[in-house]
Design a protein around this ligand. Structure first.
Ligand code: ADP
Ligand code: MG
Length: 211
């Protein structure tokens, strides 16, 4: 089983959006997928519940941040995605790292989000696995409006961080619409949304590389 941890100290940056879309991607590919929700808001759990009667369901499980295991993952599960709450601290990430294979950090293109994430990354550098670059970490820019100066400047700033900027996801109503249906951007079949699916290709490749 491969486990993807999605985390950031910042709220509203797209943790649940990225966690649910990744879980759906793997489920659609025929892999038994569990989505563990460590956030009391339980948005990922609610999403998984909406999906139970669909052709490629994802098993949603409530989790807790603990070194003894976020949840009791069923045997035979091929992919596990862990969604986490805002305000997570480096000490909590340290408890989760041994249970995961990669860490994905979503970031929105605003000064508030960039500064908060820089602070979070500095905290993560206190963890030996991350400092020694032993643990794969990816930045995913989210909700970009690529024609704006703010998005362009944010992408430049992220590109200079010590952790690779692996993918750039645009702002799209497709995410909002599909989230409400227990679906993902990969379940949306329209010419317009296809380009938003392509935004995920570098992240999916990076995840495959670390499989
Ligand atoms: N790429 C995107 N395009 C449009 N809306 C998005 C995108 N990513 C996230 N959102 C919306 O932004 C809000 C916050 O995203 P969410 O995934 O819940 O963040 P978090 O879990 O980090 O708090 C939600 O309403 C979500 O639907
Ligand atoms: Mg969330």
């Amino acid at each position: 089983m491969r486990t993807i941890l999605v985390a950031s100290s910042k709220g509203g940056c797209g943790k649940t959006t990225i966690a649910t879309n990744l879980a759906a991607f793997y489920a659609d590919a025929g892999k038994e997928t569990v989505l563990v929700d460590c956030d009391r808001q339980a948005s990922s759990l609610h999403w998984a519940q909406k999906r139970v009667d669909q052709s490629h369901p994802v098993l949603g499980m409530a989790g807790r941040i603990s070194a003894r295991g976020v949840a009791k993952i069923p045997e035979g599960c091929k992919r596990c995605v862990i969604d986490t709450p805002a305000g997570i601290r480096a000490s909590e990430i340290a408890e989760l790292l041994p249970q995961a294979h990669v860490l994905v950090i979503p970031v929105m293109p605003s000064i508030i989000d960039l500064e908060a994430t820089e602070h979070f990354l500095a905290e993560l550098q206190t963890l030996p696995e991350i400092k020694r670059r032993k643990f794969p970490v990816a930045i995913v820019a989210n909700r970009l409006k690529p024609w704006t100066n703010a998005s362009q400047a944010a992408v430049e700033r992220m590109a200079a961080w010590p952790v690779p900027l692996v993918a750039q996801l645009r702002d799209s109503q497709g995410y909002v619409l599909m989230a409400g249906l227990g679906r993902s951007i990969f379940d949306y079949h329209s010419e317009h949304v296809r380009s938003h699916q392509d935004d995920w290709t570098p992240l999916l490749k990076w995840l495959k590389k670390h499989d």
